[in-house]
Design a protein around this ligand. Structure first.
Ligand SMILES: Nc1ncnc2c1ncn2[C@@H]1O[C@H](COP(=O)(O)OP(=O)(O)O)[C@@H](O)[C@H]1O
Ligand SMILES: [Mg+2]
Length: 321
């Protein structure tokens, strides 16, 4: 492979006074892929993104975006990237359409082109109906979509998204995921930060986990979840009388079975869908009625605990700014 990576972080360090907010972070992101930068509050995600997008100068180390160095070629970096920050960047008093027109103007895009592009973006992000209302009246989900639309005006090949779905309701969150998948399908490279393993799992090809400014793990979503332990198969039987029979069926997978009688629930370690379908088949053959059957995956909390030995929200994690 001779293709230039879309993003390279090279031993990035950022010091604020005595505090090392980012402490030697390196990774690469191949063109057209999605990297999830995952970590709890205060881990150093935003600071890393700010260094990679020329908003703050690294204390040491550097980054390249689309092959350009953030230290020596910041203008070229900016011309090849878009950024949606953690705080909304659009103007509240302007309408959605006016925001797009204004940013287009800043990029020096002609009036005719910006009108066409604006219509296209408003359509694509489903803001047409609200396009001529002031942003002040938008819902959280609409604002994020407008933010994203604005960051795409210059059609950047590399897009940085800092916690794009924090604060969104589940429906707006999955809508936004769809939009992001569309961008990637069109060839855009994405780096997104998130506090949610599920979000990284949904979108990212690779995940870098950071904690207190350092990378503590990296790999595909599946590799990370494996590291945190296997999935569990959870079965809730409809009738408590069937708990014993159901336990025997689950034990056939070779796993230890934990029974919670009060909840009529059985839990066993599982390899994945294969175990789920086998057990579902056996339950059906033996006519054991179930209220629910499913796989429960390790959460970010589980991943953190297994990697660091502490929970993501431990007290000693708090660092004053
Ligand atoms: N401008 C700043 N001045 C001083 N400390 C900062 C500044 N920005 C961030 N920090 C500190 O750096 C650490 C990492 O912050 P940040 O990058 O915002 O983390 P995250 O985005 O993962 O929540 C935190 O401890 C934060 O308080
Ligand atoms: Mg942040």
């Amino acid at each position: 492979m001779t293709e230039t990576p879309a993003i390279e972080a090279i031993d990035l360090v950022k010091r604020f006074g005595d505090e090392l907010a980012v402490d030697g972070v390196s990774f690469t992101v191949a063109q057209g892929t999605v990297l999830g930068l995952l970590g709890p509050n205060g881990a150093g995600k935003t600071t890393t993104v700010r260094m990679m997008t020329t908003l703050t100068v690294p204390t040491s180390g550097t980054a390249r975006v689309a092959g350009y160095d953030v230290r020596t070629e910041p203008d070229l970096v900016r011309r090849n990237m878009g950024l949606t920050g953690q705080a909304a960047t659009v103007d509240e008093l302007l309408t959605g359409r006016e925001n797009i027109r204004m940013i287009g103007g800043l990029y020096g895009i002609g009036r005719k082109d910006i009108r066409r592009l604006g219509d296209e973006l408003l359509e694509r992000f489903d803001i047409v109906d609200a396009a001529d209302r002031p942003v002040r009246s938008y819902s959280g989900g609409m604002r994020r979509r407008l933010d994203l639309a604005v960051s795409l005006i210059a059609a950047p090949p590399v897009l940085f998204l800092d916690e794009p779905t924090t604060g969104l309701d589940p429906r707006s969150r999955s809508d936004l995921w769809e939009v992001l998948r569309g961008l990637v399908a069109g060839g855009t490279t994405l780096l997104l930060t998130t506090q949610y393993l599920e979000e990284a799992d949904q979108l990212a090809d690779d995940i870098v986990v950071i904690d207190r400014g350092r990378i503590i793990a990296q790999g595909t979503p599946l590799q990370l979840k494996r590291q945190a332990g296997n999935a569990s198969l959870v079965v809730t039987v409809s009738h408590a009388a069937n708990l014993g029979a159901a336990r025997e069926l689950l034990a056939r997978t070779g796993a230890d079975v934990h029974v919670d009688e009060g909840a009529r629930q059985l839990t066993a370690a599982a390899d994945g869908i294969a175990d789920l379908t086998r057990v579902a088949g056996w339950l059906q053959e033996d006519r054991i009625e179930v209220d629910d059957i499913g796989l429960s995956r390790p959460s970010l909390d589980d991943v953190f605990l297994s990697l660091t030995g502490h929970r993501a929200d431990d007290e000693d994690q708090e660092v004053s700014a």
